[in-house]
Design a protein around this ligand. Structure first.
Ligand code: COA
Length: 334
């Protein structure tokens, strides 16, 4: 057996994140669309979200700064990375990838670099793929980022979409470790493309589904069937967490943090209550950051990591669902 083919562990060396300074409150939104603070808080749990200054900030700058933040915390440089993966659906350009620009900015050449499109699952999908690439022996050190400038694709005349989303990026540095007990204990990824019409970003009128053709559409902006997504998410979220616990033999008592994609407080709370997970194991920051799509799980992970809430003894779970439709989980021991 070659060294690269030997069973190894995958260590999360450090995490990082980046959120813009600018805040968009519910009251600010009520000046743009017919909505109000009470409705938004009650239906979503969101009080405010962060928004990029489009003249200086975007997916690339947030991804770059989140990864730099993680590299600094790990005591590494860009040149220590063998691969950068950026989970995003809001890349400024389809070519080059955000990852390639981040690589250039952080001096990571000739590390491999690519973007991964799995909507709100972008970070969890990327973490799962990165750990598999390390475990296969192909890469040693990978920078994983989930970054999303949702404000660049939100139609601020659409009150169902504009209230939910914010901008953020989260990152983690993964490295091959000699201890095979460290790393991803279980990962799962799924998709149901037949549900794509619930959440889509049309670039051409030909792509707009029949049911939406009579509605005012702004090409390049997110369309969402909120009720449909809610229905899907409320069941899928619970199922995915349940599966992750079952496959690893963990229980509500023995698991550490369950880091959920911050979609809607009612979706998170429904899963938490059904699975009888204690409040303190299900981190919530949607009140301050809204739904930042692929940025959300990485941001939560970084905030928990820096607060010392990711315990060595207790494996933690990351779970997400999103456009595609997609869903994913990963159970990690650090
Ligand atoms: N402000 C005030 N009223 C609003 C509103 C807003 N922003 N948006 C909708 N309403 C109104 C509706 O017009 C409707 O009024 P009516 O009863 O007079 O017809 C009423 O509020 C209820 O609308 P409804 O669409 O049933 O609300 P909801 O409880 O389903 O909440 C969402 C809407 C979008 C918050 C909710 O469906 C949701 O969160 N879905 C999941 C979205 C998601 O997670 N997307 C990301 C996936 S990663």
């Amino acid at each position: 057996m070659t060294e690269s083919a030997q069973r190894c562990g995958v260590r999360i060396l450090a995490t990082g994140s980046c959120v813009p300074e600018r805040r968009l409150t519910n009251d600010d939104l009520s000046k743009l669309v017919d909505t109000n603070d009470e409705w938004i808080v009650q239906r979503t749990g969101i009080h405010e979200r962060r928004v990029c200054d489009p003249s200086t900030e975007g997916t690339f700058t947030m991804a770059r700064d989140a990864l730099k933040n993680a590299l600094d915390a790990a005591g590494l440089k860009g040149s220590d990375l063998d691969l950068i993966i950026v989970g995003t659906v809001t890349a400024e350009m389809t070519c080059p990838s955000v990852a390639a620009r981040v690589s250039a900015a952080l001096g990571a050449t000739p590390a491999a670099a690519f973007d991964l499109s799995a909507a709100c699952c972008g970070f969890v999908y990327s973490m799962n793929i990165a750990q598999a690439l390390i475990a296969s022996g192909q890469f040693r050190t990978i920078g994983v980022v989930g970054a999303e400038c949702m404000t660049s694709i939100v139609d601020y005349s659409d009150r169902t979409v504009s209230i939910l989303f914010g901008d953020a990026a989260g990152a983690a540095i993964l490295r091959r470790d000699p201890d095979p007990r460290i790393g991803c204990l279980y990962s799962m990824m799924g998709a149901d493309g037949t549900g794509w019409e619930s959440l889509y970003i049309p670039r051409r009128t030909q792509e707009v589904p029949a049911f939406d053709r009579d509605n005012p559409i702004r090409l390049g902006h997110l369309r969402m069937n909120g009720k449909e997504v809610f229905r899907f998410a409320v069941t899928k979220f619970r199922e995915v967490i349940e599966d992750a616990l079952k496959q690893t033999g963990l229980t509500a008592e023995t698991v550490g943090q369950v880091i959920c994609h911050q979609s809607n407080i009612r979706i998170i709370e429904a899963a938490r209550a059904k699975l009888e997970l204690p409040n303190e194991k299900v981190y919530v920051n949607i009140d301050r950051f809204g739904n930042s799509s692929a940025g959300s799980v990485g941001l939560c992970l970084d905030q928990l990591w820096r607060a010392g809430k990711i315990e060595k003894e207790r494996p933690f779970v990351m779970v997400a669902f999103g456009g595609g439709l997609t869903w994913a989980s990963g159970v990690w021991r650090v």
